[in-house]
Design a protein around this ligand. Sequence first.
Ligand code: WT7
Length: 651
Amino acid sequence: MSTNESLANLLKEDRRFAPPSELAAAANVTANAYEQAGTDRLGFWAAQARRLTWETEPIETLDWSNPPFAKWFADGRLNMAYNCVDRHVEAGNGDRVAIHFEGEPGDTRTITYAELQREVCKAANALIELGVRTGDRVAIYLPMIPEAVISMLACARIGAPHSVVFGGFSADALATRIEDADARVVITADGGFRRGKPSALKPAVDESLTRPGTEKVRNVLVVRRTGQETAWNDERDVWWHELVERQSASHVPEAFDAEHPLYILYTSGTTGKPKGILHTTGGYLTQVSYTHHAVFDLKPETDVYWCTADVGWVTGHSYIVYGPLSNGATEVLYEGTPDTPHQGRWWEIVQKYRVTILYTAPTAIRTCMKWGDDIPAKFDLSSLRILGSVGEPINPEAWIWYRKNIGADTTPVVDTWWQTETGAIMITPLPGVTETKPGSAQTPLPGICATVVDDEANEVPNGSGGYLVLTEPWPSMLRTIWGDDQRYHDTYWSRFEGRYFAGDGAKKDEDGDIWLLGRVDDVMLVSGHNISTTEVESALVSHPKVAEAAVVGATDATTGQAICAFVILRGSASEDEHLVEELRAHVAKELGPIAKPKRILPVAELPKTRSGKIMRRLLRDVAENRALGDVTTLTDSSVMELIQSKLPTAA
Ligand code: WT7
């Protein structure tokens, strides 16, 4: 059976939610944006570029003469930090809060745009004193503290591309990234607060700098956050509070070419060494700024925006730093975990700062479902008006739970599909325009061209599935893989001639709306039918006893692959002898007998990467009774032992 017919609509989801009329009436972006962009796509992006402040306005929009290497706004010049900070101060908004910082222990810091400007200038002057020049790479390995944002903006201000490495990564991962980007300075902290205690960071930097390939790092700039004991190398290490504090608070921003490299961010992917995704300045800022304005309908004077991601991921780059700040937003920055000191911490923060727009990930939503509805119910969440989701397909039931328990059954939920490589949101509902469907990212944004194709690159008709592709270049697209143009071409542009292959399975429903089905590696082949892990997981999560599910295909002598499910039960549900049968029957009823899992195993936790994605590869190892593959990117490797210890009880 071809992908075309087989990924067909298994799951029926008929619930629809119209945009609230007040929101629709005052929305930043309305339906005619789709028409404008449809008639003149490049003209549309040129107009969005004018939302920014350029030193030299671009005349050229797109240069696609050498595909897949794009240039956007190539003759324009601008400064990133000026656009995110200084211009708001110059416009008279220096007193507006840029960042409400909430540390995990409960310490807080309020930073206005005027203060942010001074901090960024001081940090830029400090980097210059350390010898950092335009084009030099700086590695950033920090907790979620204001200095992370300040460091990124300081690098951008002087044209030194940053490479932010997530603070949860090991010394080895850090060393590989320092070496690949050839960084000269590392910015870190003594530690950060995590789960109620200080968690050291500097020792990982010290260790990474003993690895071959990192010799060119001259200095380590260290923020004092926790005050914990820290080994010191006098030749190399510099305290932030000593160097940065004594700098001048003014610095004249220099304009750079629109195609000047802004940052490198590594994605691990499933095979091979991490890919250094390269983003540049003008096109990237155009799209992150526009999408933040359009998708979150930001009203900078009144909204309080909060994206719960870590700045170490692309979500943090685009929707904590560059998008919101370029739009002059007031935002929350939270250092810690959602359950410290209690499971209502996030909702307490929403209540405290009167957060109006919340952007988080399905994994966090499902965790809150597991903890129980009574926890968010204790807090006043009435300030919220838009909820966003990103990172994985969101199961319809988790979507409904989010809207109902967090959004008072009134706020639109925007399910935003994009990738580190795309730089900014690509497929999503618009909160004032789209009638939403739980579980679907629905529509490419104005100016974005996406479709679903079969194995032979033919566009599939509505009602069928296949592979998601992007058919035209977009402003915030990756420009290459750092140092490896060939790999850039091979990974993304060779599977389907002239089109960007995203690596995700997707289907188009009868209306032509797009439903994401997970990575193509996560599609199972059962008795000749392609079945997506996402759909079986969503069917399981639609059962009232299930909070979270992970599904894999295990080699099976009769059916090719057999569906094997791992489920986490909701707070109140208990495991009894009938449960497994009940869940199997439920999936059969929701999706049809072909999708009925052969085995279902209730577990306490699922293996997840540090960015919250389920590692199905490891579950496949368990289901196929193999030794486990690489577990180093797991948040918690003991999870796998727990799961394996439960195996004999499997159905
Ligand atoms: C992959 C990209 C985008 C920032 C965070 C992740 C999956 C992301 C959705 C969504 C279904 C989604 C895809 C994509 N993904 N958002 N709304 N619906 N799937 O960035 O680590 O580069 O991962 O995340 O599989 O390819 P990333």
